[in-house]
Design a protein around this ligand. Structure first.
Ligand code: SF4
Ligand code: SF4
Length: 391
């Protein structure tokens, strides 16, 4: 006799999803149009129809352990063709946000960063922390003379805050991802048919080239905005590492003019010192520009999406807004420094920039940015199962 499977609907979970933005999920009447039109759904047990059914029933465990919801790239082709306006693409986006919150370590950080209503509390943490540190180190005042940010917030103090907190964030993220991996692999109950490393390399290739984004019909522009934000972040991460190298290995703070120390580093060649400095600045500015342009495009795409039976969750709006503000505040601070703007405004803008950078880096395991790692893990696993759509 076939074994009976008992599902217990979790009504509270359904309400939570609806409150988070998946308010249309009850409209679905299981026609499966979405699974047919989705360019990324595998032939075997395609998404998102089955996830819509599971969401209606509140099958929390099954949904939060699913790898399929991460194969979706939120192109919203499905939402465009859904005859009931159930917006399956948006429902999957809310489910992914919920997975990040549920796996967060510690859990309260998932709630703090994952719920846009908590944005002021989340920003207050770095604001208070920075003010206390500036006060304790005797820097809580506007320095006189030419605007030089390190006079206000010395680099050693910035590093003293960001390096240990970034390391802590990496540790927390590792715990969250290992929880997710364990849940996902245990829930699938399938035996992998491929090795982990080749699957991971294939996944990373796909992500770097954004090949899956380009398969979408609706919202093709997302591949451009997403790539700009993606490479902008990678560029800024390299810039940060490079700046640390300049400071702690070369003991060189890239002064305005080439000085004796610069000449000593570059074997007496002023041309080499200038070239190095210019390449560094160009790389940093190009990365920031990509982030800025990508952020603007993300927001304009979100506005455009409103016309195709879809909506953007406040979680996504918040992330897009923070990305944009990081780029804008960074640019403004730099312009204010070189044009010697009124000191209070320049230092104030720099302070805001650091608060936003804190949000991006230290809250990474709980923010929209975390989806990059969750998605990489899930796609890698589906490739190990040979379940992924071939590109
Ligand atoms: S979400 Fe829409 S397209 Fe998909 S099964 Fe439900 S009603 Fe049909
Ligand atoms: S949003 Fe795009 S990728 Fe996601 S399920 Fe819908 S059609 Fe597929």
């Amino acid at each position: 006799m076939a074994q009976e499977t008992v599902f217990t609907p979790d009504v509270k979970f359904v309400r939570e999803l609806q409150k988070a933005g998946a308010d249309t999920l009850k409209k679905c009447y299981q026609c499966a149009t979405c699974s047919v039109v989705c360019p990324l759904a595998p032939d075997d047990k395609p998404f998102p129809r089955k996830e819509m059914l599971m969401a209606q029933w509140g099958l929390k465990d099954e949904l939060l352990k699913s790898s399929d919801i991460w194969l979706c790239h939120n192109c919203n082709d499905c939402s465009k063709y859904c005859p009931r306006g159930a917006r399956p693409g948006d429902v999957l986006a809310i489910l992914r946000k919920t997975v990040i919150q549920e796996n967060a370590f510690p859990r309260f950080m998932g709630k703090l960063v994952g719920d846009p209503n908590n944005i002021w509390q989340a920003l207050l943490i770095p604001i208070v922390l920075f003010l206390v540190i500036l006060g304790v180190t005797g820097h809580l005042h506007i320095p006189e003379g030419q605007v030089v940010f390190s006079k206000f917030f010395p680099v050693e103090i910035i590093d003293g805050v960001f390096v240990p907190l970034s390391a802590l964030a990496v540790g927390m993220f590792a715990v969250s991802i290992s929880r997710f991996w364990k849940n996902m692999t245990e829930a699938s109950g399938m035996t992998p048919k491929a090795e982990f490393m080749p699957s991971l390399i294939e996944t990373l290739k796909e992500i770097m080239t954004h090949s899956k984004f380009r398969k979408c019909d609706e919202n093709k522009d997302r591949s451009v905005s997403h790539a700009l934000v993606f490479y902008g972040f990678i560029g800024l991460a390299i810039t940060t590492g490079w700046a640390v190298f300049n400071l702690y290995v070369l003991h060189w703070e890239l002064p305005y003019a080439v000085d004796e120390h610069s000449l000593a580093i570059f074997g007496g060649s002023a041309a080499l010192a200038w070239a190095y400095k210019i390449v560094f600045k160009l790389f940093a500015n190009a990365s920031a520009l990509m982030l800025l342009v990508g952020g603007v495009l993300v927001i304009t795409n979100h506005l455009k999406e409103r016309s195709v039976e879809t909506t953007t969750s406040s979680f996504d709006w918040l992330f897009a807004g923070i990305v944009l503000m990081v780029g804008v505040s960074g640019f403004l601070a730099q312009v204010m420094r070189v044009t010697n703007f009124p000191a209070a405004l320049a230092y104030g803008t720099y302070f805001i920039h650091l608060v936003l950078v804190f949000y991006i880096i230290v809250y990474l395991p709980y923010s929209k940015l975390a989806h990059f790692v969750y998605r990489t893990a899930a796609i890698t696993y589906t490739k190990m199962l040979k379940r992924d759509v071939e590109m």
